[in-house]
Design a protein around this ligand. Structure first.
Ligand code: NAD
Length: 257
């Protein structure tokens, strides 16, 4: 049984998940479907949009399409799909993100810097802006942004990524302050080391370094996408109703050490 199935019931709720084609976003979208929600999933490629669509081949409770989340049109289209297909929007999970090329800042192209900020931060601004009205009307509406431990401490040779995740944390807090009185809860999770395609190359090409990361985790293992699902779903329930503007580490204890 997945963490979602164990404790949650989102029947009648409509959720929008970005980066839903694989990894953490896919696990979140799947758990939302399994717990009764209707879901709009945005993926980067047609292939990943098709992979997500397989979770509900009849498309009864799932709309899956490919788009670049950094585009204003994608945000409008995704929110529009939730409203036209399912009539409302209760939950926005801003999960899509990308790593920066690893290296010193002197070797980082301006285009790399811009692309990481656009995918990781601009997308959240666009999707939050597009979703504000329906989330307010849903009352309560929920936003969960996916940040990173890189928003707490700087990761060497990953300046663009770390800067973007710091911005995610501050965007989350600022919107929480703005929207609490409108009945919209805005929070973030900050995953630690989670085994996904994002770091598959590290685990494959540099297993010693990957093992060293693992040894820094008090829980003694890398996380899995499902480890992030429960905290995200919890932040979308009335049980979390007095939690606004937190960035919740989901890291097996890394920050505690
Ligand atoms: P992943 O690479 O498997 O998934 C990222 C998803 O975002 C993919 O589905 C990808 O297609 C999508 N995406 C990227 N750019 C996009 C764009 N421009 N438009 C639309 N979709 C786009 O990695 P993941 O680990 O599942 O990452 C999910 C989130 O978790 C990211 O925000 C990432 O920064 C964050 N995170 C991951 C880890 C980890 O260790 N895996 C740690 C901390 C934070």
């Amino acid at each position: 049984m997945s963490p979602g199935e164990a404790a949650f019931d989102f029947t009648g709720r409509v959720a929008l998940v970005t980066g839903a084609g694989r990894g953490i976003g896919h696990a979140i979208a799947q758990a939302l479907l399994e717990t009764g929600a209707e879901v709009v999933g945005v993926s980067r490629t047609d292939e990943s949009a098709r992979r997500l669509a397989q979770l509900d081949p009849e498309g009864e409770r799932l709309v899956s399409f490919a788009a670049d989340v950094a585009s204003e049109q994608a945000a409008e289209e995704a929110v529009g799909a939730a409203l036209t297909r399912f009539g409302r929007l209760d939950i926005l999970i801003n999960n899509a993100g990308q790593r920066s090329k690893r290296g010193p800042i002197s070797e980082l192209d301006i285009s790399d810097w811009d692309e990481v900020q656009a995918t990781n931060v601009r997308s959240m601004y666009l999707f939050c802006r597009a979703a504000e009205r329906p989330l307010r009307e849903a009352g309560p509406g929920y936003v969960v942004n996916v940040g990173s431990l890189a928003g707490f401490f700087g990761i060497g040779y990953a300046a663009a990524y770390s800067a973007s995740k710091g911005a995610v944390a501050q965007l989350t807090k600022s919107l929480a302050a703005d929207w609490a009185s409108s009945g919209i809860q805005v929070n973030a999770v900050a995953p630690g080391y989670i085994e996904t395609d994002m770091n598959a190359d590290l685990r494959r090409d540099d297993p010693d370094r990957a093992r060293a990361f693992g040894e820094r985790i008090p829980l003694g293992r890398w996380g899995r996408p499902d480890d992030v699902v429960g905290p995200v779903l919890f932040l979308c329930t009335p049980a979390a109703g007095y939690i606004h503007g937190v960035v919740l580490p989901v890291d097996g204890g890394v920050l505690a050490r």
